[in-house]
Each structure stands twice: as structure tokens, then as C-alpha cells.
Design a protein around this ligand. Sequence first.
Ligand SMILES: Cc1cc2nc3c(=O)[nH]c(=O)nc-3n(C[C@H](O)[C@H](O)[C@H](O)COP(=O)(O)OP(=O)(O)OC[C@H]3O[C@@H](n4cnc5c(N)ncnc54)[C@H](O)[C@@H]3O)c2cc1C
Length: 321
Amino acid sequence: MPTHDLDNTSRLSIEENVQLAPFTSFRIGGPARFLISARNVPEVQDALRFAHKNRLPFRILGGGSNLLVSDDGFDGVAIRLLLDAVTVSGGMVQVEAGFDLTSLIHRTVEWGLSGLESLAGIPGTVGGAVRGNAGAYGSAIGDVLTTVSALDATTLDPVTLRVDECAFSYRDSRFKRDPGLIVVRALLALTPGEPQEIEAKVTATIAKREAKQLSCDCSAGSFFMNPMVTDAELIRRFEEDQGVRCRECRIPAGWLIDQAGLRSLQVGGAMVSHKHANYLVNTGTATAAEMVELARLVKREVQDKLGVLLKEEVSTLGLTI
Ligand SMILES: Cc1cc2nc3c(=O)[nH]c(=O)nc-3n(C[C@H](O)[C@H](O)[C@H](O)COP(=O)(O)OP(=O)(O)OC[C@H]3O[C@@H](n4cnc5c(N)ncnc54)[C@H](O)[C@@H]3O)c2cc1C
């Protein structure tokens, strides 16, 4: 006998007790009490109504490439965003939140539109990228956005925000700070260019990432954000060691973890990648608890040895680090 209220939600695909691990790049995490796959905005609204009526918390799932889910799962409603319509007019691209970012970048090559090349190879959806202001090599998605359409999760009303209202900064945005705003659509302003040149830039970005082994499986990419550092001696050491100037006083977390001697450190099946020290990887059997213990250990050691406090880039569901 179902205890949940399904009024007005019969058109929704609602599954119960669904393991979340397969929906995350970590391949870690227990079951969600409910999993709803939403293919359009009215379905996202219905999914939220379902959560409200049943007095359950909700959480949006994009591509799951930046998410660590508790071993106990989530006693609430996980809403998978599958909305993926895209239209192009001149240099303006309107794209729904569930569209895969990599596929979008391939489409922009076909359309001869430049602006997203540095983001090639970043997994996940457009919505997840907007929420975390995903980026690489000095560019981020916020640089090419003009407006973001969101849903207010409480009132279910649509909200349209201009880019200057989205508070984009390094891996941060208004949507990250306010989980009550769900990104459903984005309008990007791209620059017309030669498809061959755009493709060459995309290929070069992917080659650069492959050379640094940034496509590593069973991770969430960079686990920690690159911290701002005030210690002039540490900055000097970094610049001398790497032969590059640090940007905005940020030192790569991977370099700090490496300097603390933590590369390949392991807790159960969770390991600091030997290829890239800011990637914490599931070697096959890791639990969320092991990943959390490893992350805490890394934070403690980096703080003790280098005096720098690392902050997670990865988001969590049902647990804290
Ligand atoms: C191998 C690898 C390499 C990576 N490299 C990079 C990189 O170079 N640069 C970079 O920035 N990131 C990188 N990442 C991290 C990740 O790809 C990005 O953070 C990505 O944008 C997350 O998108 P997603 O759809 O997978 O989000 P998810 O992991 O599904 O969700 C992440 C968080 O965003 C929330 N969320 C998702 N969609 C929405 C929405 N529509 N509205 C509101 N909230 C939402 C979720 O609730 C969750 O809290 C990498 C990850 C991996 C696995």
C-alpha cells in the first residue's frame, strides 16, 4: 500500500527505492526513496508538488558528475532533469538544463559558434554546469550566459535572471547558494566563427585534459576548489615549482595535496588519484563513508602541513564532510 500521495502526478515516472550509485560518476550511494525523471518544466513542477505534498525533501540530479551520495541514500525525492531541448538563432543558443554539456559543445562546432571550447571534456549537464559555474583553463560557463531561467522550488513559479543577477564567480553562483532555485534553461551568447577553427580548439582542450589525465573514471573531477592563498612564501614555491604565475592568488588544490605527500593515499576503496592529486577516486569498492574519511584526512593534513583550508567543490547528498 503506497503511503505517498500521487494526486495529479500519474503522468510522472515515479520509481521507489532506487539505488543512486549508477547515476553518479563516483558510482557510490544508497537508494533514493523516490526517483522522478522529469522531461519538461511541467513535470519538474509536478515532481516538486509530489515532494511538497508528501512533506519530503527533494534534490535535483543532473549528470551526477559532481555528487557524493551517502551510503544510506536519500529519504526524499530525487528529481532527474531530462529536459533537453535546444534551439539556435544567430549566435544565441537556448538550451534546457538536462542537455549534456559535451554534446552541446559538439553541436556548437557544427553551428560554427565559438565560446565553449575551453569547457570541452567537462562531464554533466548544462544545468549542473550553470549551478556550479563549471569551467576550465580560465573560462567558465557564466562568461557566455545572458539569462538563466529557473523555477522557484517553493512557489513553483518561473524566474528569469539576467547574468548579472546570477552572482557567478569561481565555481559559484546564486543557484549554488540557493538550492530553492532550479535551473531549467539557459540562454548563451556565442560568437560566430569557422567550424574547423572551433573544432581545432575543442580537440586541443580535450588533448590537454587527456595529457593531464583529467578524464579519470569513478571520481567527481576536482574534489576540492583551488583555494585563495595569502602565504607569499607558498605562492613563491608554487610558481617556482610549476613555472607559472598563480591566478587570482589561487593555488591548485592538487599541487597542495601533492606537496603534503598525499598522492595515492587510500582509505578502504577510496584513493587520492596517483594521476591527479585533486581527484579522489573510487577504486571499485569505495563507500561514501570511506570517501568522506579520505577527504577529511586530506583536509587535515593540508591544513597541518601547509596552513591552507581546502573547501569541497563536490556537492554531497545525505552527508557532510
Ligand atoms: C572526470 C571529471 C572531470 C571534471 N572536470 C571538471 C572541470 O574541468 N571543471 C569543472 O568545473 N567541473 C569539472 N567536473 C565536475 C562536474 O563535471 C561539474 O561540476 C558539472 O558541471 C556537474 O554537472 P552535473 O549535471 O553532473 O551535476 P550533478 O553532479 O548532477 O549535480 C551537482 C550539484 O548541482 C545540483 N544541480 C544539478 N543540476 C541542477 C539544476 N538544473 N538546477 C539546480 N541545481 C542543480 C545538484 O543537486 C547537485 O547539488 C569534472 C567531473 C568529472 C567526473
